[in-house]
Design a protein around this ligand. Structure first.
Ligand SMILES: Cc1cc2nc3c(=O)[nH]c(=O)nc-3n(C[C@H](O)[C@H](O)[C@H](O)COP(=O)(O)O)c2cc1C
Length: 173
């Protein structure tokens, strides 16, 4: 890969909120999860778990459990081919950074494979509500793990343009 390829992928990554019905191969799902797992962790503690879910019934069950907790009975994850949960043992700052690093690597890997992802934050703070935990248990998350996001993943059915970035970059020489 040339550095140009890398910056092209960075530039084309988007939040994708509409997906086709196409499946994503296990090979691509594993490549994406592996990209996430390759990201660094504090003192190399590697305490995250990556849970990739293709089972549509379980995806719907999780969305409905979250939806009931937030009183949004239409809530879904944009009907993706899969979701990826990066779970961590605790909601501290370091854990949040480690999740963010993993998610960005997966998001770029998905873009490199012409796949799309979206971050949905609503699960944050709800993992220990009984109905949500019941689904997380079914998905095999460790009891003490929480998620800051649900990452939807699939073949894009939309091509949103870039959102202008306004944060300051200050080069001091
Ligand atoms: C911490 C965080 C929380 C987010 N929560 C949501 C969300 O709940 N639903 C959603 O559709 N997008 C969510 N997003 C996506 C942002 O809205 C999106 O990244 C931003 O508008 C820039 O668009 P882009 O990703 O296409 O560049 C979230 C992103 C981050 C980093």
């Amino acid at each position: 890969m040339t550095s140009r390829d890398f910056f092209e992928v960075v530039g084309k990554r988007r939040s994708i909120r509409a997906y086709t019905n196409d499946e994503v191969s296990n090979e691509d799902l594993m490549k994406i999860a592996e990209a996430g797992r390759s990201s660094p962790t504090s003192v190399n503690q590697q305490s995250r778990k990556f849970t990739v879910v293709k089972n549509k019934e379980l995806i719907t069950e999780l969305a409905q459990a979250i939806g009931r907790e937030i009183h949004d009975y239409e809530y879904d994850f944009y009907d993706p081919a899969a979701i990826i949960l990066v779970s961590v043992p605790g909601a501290g700052q370091i854990s949040a950074v480690e999740v963010g690093l993993a998610v960005q690597s997966m998001w770029l890997a998905a873009a490199a494979l012409d796949l799309g992802m979206a971050w949905m934050h609503q699960i944050n703070g709800l993992c220990d509500r009984k109905p949500v935990r019941k689904v997380l248990d079914k998905l095999g998350l460790p009891k003490h793990h929480i998620c800051l996001s649900v990452m939807a993943l699939g073949v894009p059915a939309e091509t949103p343009g870039p959102k202008p970035r306004t944060e300051e970059i200050n080069l001091v020489e």
